[in-house]
Design a protein around this ligand. Structure first.
Ligand SMILES: Cc1cc2nc3c(=O)[nH]c(=O)nc-3n(C[C@H](O)[C@H](O)[C@H](O)COP(=O)(O)O)c2cc1C
Length: 368
């Protein structure tokens, strides 16, 4: 059904327009109590064996929606209705900004991939904080808040911009993510260098603690798949040193490896971050490397090219306590989260592990 809709409607539309249309439908359905109850009953069944504890939070499952789909926190319940057990909103920047000029999102259908150069289009930290504050949740979903730098803010003042967002948004976040890995804000990824990252993460930690003295809001950093292996290790060591709660691996890539099926060379060369199937191998490698370095001391979140339950399972075995996805949702539609949950539960049942937690990192531990 979704395939037909995709072929007849979405694939003929501008990808960003298609996103807005689909997201509007999701939100409309979620506003009608009888409809959302029915849809959630079908698409978001709970599996006892997938219950997960991570970042001091209790989740129904390890699988959630990655940042970038709901940049402004306008449809969290709709996404929960479709089965995403955590939703990472954002990236939200200190100030509102329009993002890059359109066209800025491209589908590479044969490769099951996307290229985007959205450039953190969002309503800004003040508006998003107000929206989260007035939200009356219908479903119990974990809400992560991903923050980034406002484009016009000079790199030397980046920390103050993140601090502004952290102070405003931490009170409404189940966890907070410092995004230093989007390829679409000039200079952003250089903040991943340890000498820049250390003061930035320290300042954001302090800001979150100031804003929410009664609760320690878990703080994570999201990294790029394009880091050299030594830099991945350096971020891992820094995270341990600073007592960070988690690392999200990975964001989109500026590389163009793993693409072979898309025939239009101009499309492949569009500027921006590549996501989806071609990112799978590198994201998995980065995750494995991180787990080998930090083990269970830090929660790892695996994202990048996850398309099915087997991919999610491989991330768990490689060290991920939580897994996320985005691009495959575009290609597979509203049944996607359901199929991941069902398959993951089945995979666990036939595995040698009694619980999901036992499986986390098992592949890396045995190969060490
Ligand atoms: C259109 C689009 C917009 C995105 N926007 C953000 C963003 O604002 N912040 C962020 O941290 N990641 C963003 N991402 C990256 C995703 O969160 C994810 O890390 C990446 O797409 C890899 O996962 P996937 O292969 O399952 O899509 C975006 C991805 C896409 C496709």
């Amino acid at each position: 059904m979704y395939r037909i809709l995709f072929t007849l409607l979405f694939s003929r539309m501008d990808p960003e327009e298609a996103h807005h249309l689909a997201f509007r439908w999701i939100r409309r359905v979620a506003r009608v109590p009888v409809l959302r109850t029915f849809v959630a009953a079908v698409l978001a069944p709970r599996y006892e064996e997938l219950r997960t504890e991570a970042l001091g939070l209790r989740l129904h499952s390890p699988f959630g929606l990655a940042a970038g789909f709901d940049k402004n926190a306008v449809g969290i319940d709709g996404l929960a209705m479709l089965g995403f057990d955590h939703v990472e909103i954002g990236t939200v920047t200190g100030e509102p900004q329009p993002g890059n000029p359109r066209k800025r999102l491209f589908r590479l259908v044969p490769d099951r991939a996307l290229i985007n150069r959205m450039g953190f289009n969002n309503d800004g930290s003040l508006a998003v904080a107000a929206r989260l504050a007035s939200r009356r949740p219908v479903f119990r979903t974990v809400v992560g808040v991903n923050i980034g730098k406002t484009k016009v803010v000079p790199e030397a003042e980046a920390a103050a911009d993140y601090v502004k967002s952290a102070e405003r948004l931490a009170p409404h976040a189940d966890y907070l993510v410092v995004n230093v890995s989007s390829p679409n804000t000039p200079g952003l990824r250089s903040l991943q260098a340890v000498d820049q990252l250390r003061p930035l993460l320290t300042a954001v930690r302090e800001a979150a603690d100031r804003a929410v003295p009664a609760r320690r809001v878990p703080l994570l950093v999201k990294i790029a798949p394009d880091l050299a292996d030594e830099d991945v290790d350096a971020v891992a060591d820094l995270a341990v040193e600073l007592g960070l709660d988690g690392i999200i691996a990975t964001n989109t890539t500026i590389a163009r490896e793993g693409l072979g099926l898309t025939s239009d060379p101009a499309l492949v060369q569009e500027t921006g971050g590549l996501s989806g199937a071609p990112l799978k191998a590198r994201s998995l490698d980065v995750l494995r490397r991180l787990y080998a370095r930090v083990g269970d001391r830090i929660t790892l979140v695996g994202v990048g090219g996850i398309e099915n339950a087997e991919d999610a399972w491989q991330r768990v075995l490689a060290g991920a306590t939580l897994v996320q996805g985005y691009s495959a949702f575009v290609y597979q539609g509203p049944l996607w989260a359901r199929s991941i949950h069902k398959g993951l539960a089945a995979r666990l049942r036939t595995s040698p592990y009694a619980t999901l937690a036992d499986a986390v990192g098992a592949d890396v531990r045995t190969s060490a």
